[in-house]
Design a protein around this ligand. Structure first.
Ligand SMILES: [Zn+2]
Ligand SMILES: [Zn+2]
Length: 330
């Protein structure tokens, strides 16, 4: 605390001239110290935003890389015959890093002035009450899911698919790192669902702190990486919250190249019928497995049945993908 209150000859010192530091918690004090490190709050915000993204994204991918390397976990892999190789993961990391440093970094640099224009609190302390943050983050989840549902369907439209979204569909059995393996335009468009919600909310209410946005972005990154993980554990969130999409939902989208366009939740695909083939596939799988169990099929035989049905869905998907690509409109 003494570091914060000690005289610091910087232009930002005036930022906290009215703040009672004795009423702040540890994190709020660290927050103030961070902003006092820089002459310009825009640099403090830009650097923190970039570091947050890198640390959360790659930090969340590490457990999935380890899980992929341990055969014991294959029993929960959604497409167990398609485990990413170290080369797949490295190739993917290279493109993700390239796009982070070339496309995302300049955008993040301009984030502070945009945030201030929309009335977002940045350097200010104390943080809002957790109840306020909880409500705001719930709204951002709903907004992003809706935005993603619409924009993602648009991305499957012939020319947009061929020139943009096809990159993300390189992996028919995705893995954590593949979450942001996308064309820069896709990163930009789908990123608007993540950042647009908070900015619109802030524009109208003038009551939002960037700290809340950081928690939201962290949760959203967890959601994106986890839904590409390729694993469905008995303790996965979708088994606790039935409306949560999770990996099981999005893995089908990559495998079959159709259905399941939403990001976080299942309800939009269900309401608009864009999960019919996915649900039919699941029902077929369940039936075939039950029948196999009844006739005393071994675990290997059951796995083979699952593989055959997955391959059938994939084949239909590949035909649909070729058809979508054939629609040349420019
Ligand atoms: Zn897609
Ligand atoms: Zn995906």
């Amino acid at each position: 605390m003494s570091n914060v209150t000690a005289p610091i000859h910087r232009a930002t010192e005036f930022l906290y001239s009215d703040v009672d530091f004795t009423s702040l918690n540890w994190l709020e004090l660290k927050w103030a110290q961070w902003y006092l490190l820089f002459d310009d709050p825009a640099i403090a915000t830009g650097l923190m935003s970039f570091l947050l993204h890198e640390i959360v994204y790659f930090g969340r991918c590490i457990p999935w890389i380890i899980i992929d390397a341990i055969p014991y976990f294959r029993r929960w892999k959604l497409q167990p015959n398609k485990v990413p190789t170290a080369l797949d993961e490295w190739e993917c990391t290279k493109l993700v890093l390239f796009s982070h440093f070339t496309i995302e970094l300049p955008q993040i640099w301009f984030f502070h002035p945009i945030a201030e224009y929309f009335g977002l609190a940045t350097w200010q302390i104390p943080f809002p009450h957790w109840r306020t943050m909880f409500g705001q983050i719930a709204l951002f989840f709903i907004f992003e899911d809706f935005f993603h549902y619409c924009a993602h369907q648009l991305m499957h439209y012939g020319p947009l698919y061929k020139h943009i979204h096809k990159i993300h569909h390189k992996y028919s059995a995705p893995f954590g790192l593949a979450a942001e393996y996308s064309h820069p335009i896709e990163v930009l468009v789908l990123g608007m669902g993540t950042i647009g919600g908070p900015l619109i909310y802030c524009y109208f209410t003038r009551s939002l702190h960037i700290f809340t946005v950081y928690i939201w972005v962290t949760l959203r990154l967890f959601q994106a990486v986890d839904s590409h993980s390729g694993y469905d554990f008995p303790w996965s969130l979708q088994h606790i919250l039935p409306f949560w999409a999770g990996a099981e939902h999005h893995d089908y989208h990559h495998m079959a190249f159709m259905d399941n366009f939403a990001s976080s939740f299942r309800y939009l695909d269900f309401i608009f019928g864009t999960d019919e083939r996915y649900r039919a596939h699941k029902a077929r799988l369940r039936k075939a497995k039950e029948a196999a169990k009844q006739r005393g099929a071994t675990h290997e035989e059951q796995a083979a049945i699952e593989r055959t049905l997955n391959e059938e869905s994939e084949k239909v998907g590949l035909a649909a993908e070729a058809e979508a690509e054939a629609k040349r409109l420019w």
